[in-house]
Design a protein around this ligand. Structure first.
Ligand code: GSH
Length: 209
């Protein structure tokens, strides 16, 4: 498999999953500073010009959520299914999907209003107004995670899941968004817990430093 990623981006969610499962893949960096995500070569892989993208034997998969589900379904059919994807009941997998969809479609998008406002508005005043809402929105989302979603010791309880990857990666963006993670005690502890996982520490210290 070929895995297209960019440091600092949501691709870290998938990158950790690939590493934790010990899968055979080749990581290919997409250099945003050189606008490689808009190059003809990359647009042929993902016409949206975004990472992550995973090239499998069956074709390309885009969207972090879909790639995680693909890896999960592959693990279920494989004999080496690891504890990373240990939840199996319809309800528990739906809870994972529910949280991950919230992170992908709401929290990630709120964060992007600071960094990619040009996607939604051309006018400087509108872009500035969107940027001004980021702290308030991110705090509201994280309050919901802390008070409603978080079960502990992992997000959904005793069993680690792909939702822990999502929570960790987006939490890394809080500081840049102007939000102090320490106001969310469970999230801050979870962040430190995640850093104890070797695959996570290796990626964060090196490729995503
Ligand atoms: N919904 C997509 C979002 C992917 C996405 O927005 N990736 C960003 C990095 S976090 C990107 O590639 N941005 C490049 C650009 O906007 O030019 C997913 O969850 O995979």
């Amino acid at each position: 498999m070929k895995f297209y990623y960019a440091p600092g981006s949501i691709s870290l969610v998938v990158h950790i999953a690939l590493e934790m499962r010990g899968l055979d893949y080749r990581a290919i960096a997409v250099d945003f500073s050189r606008q490689q995500q808009r190059s003809e070569a990359f647009l042929a892989i993902n016409p949206l010009g975004r990472v992550p993208a995973l090239v499998t034997g069956d074709g390309v998969i885009t969207e972090a959520l879909a790639i995680l589900n693909y890896l999960q379904n592959s693990a279920e059919s494989a004999t080496d299914a690891t504890s990373l994807f240990g939840y199996k009941t319809p309800f528990s997998t739906a809870k994972i999907d529910s949280f991950n969809a919230f992170m992908a479609s709401t929290v990630h998008v709120s964060h992007a209003h600071l960094w990619r406002a040009e996607r939604w508005a051309d006018c400087d005043i509108a872009q500035a107004a969107m940027a001004d809402k980021v702290v308030q929105n991110m705090i509201a989302h994280y309050r919901l995670i802390e008070d409603h979603w978080f079960v502990g010791p992992w997000l959904h309880g005793e069993q680690f899941s792909s939702s822990d990857l999502y929570l960790f990666v987006i939490s890394r963006w809080l500081k840049g968004d102007g939000v102090d993670m320490q106001q969310f005690e469970k999230v801050a502890n979870h962040y430190q817990q995640m850093l104890q996982i070797k695959a996570v520490a290796d990626l964060v210290d090196n490729i995503y430093a």
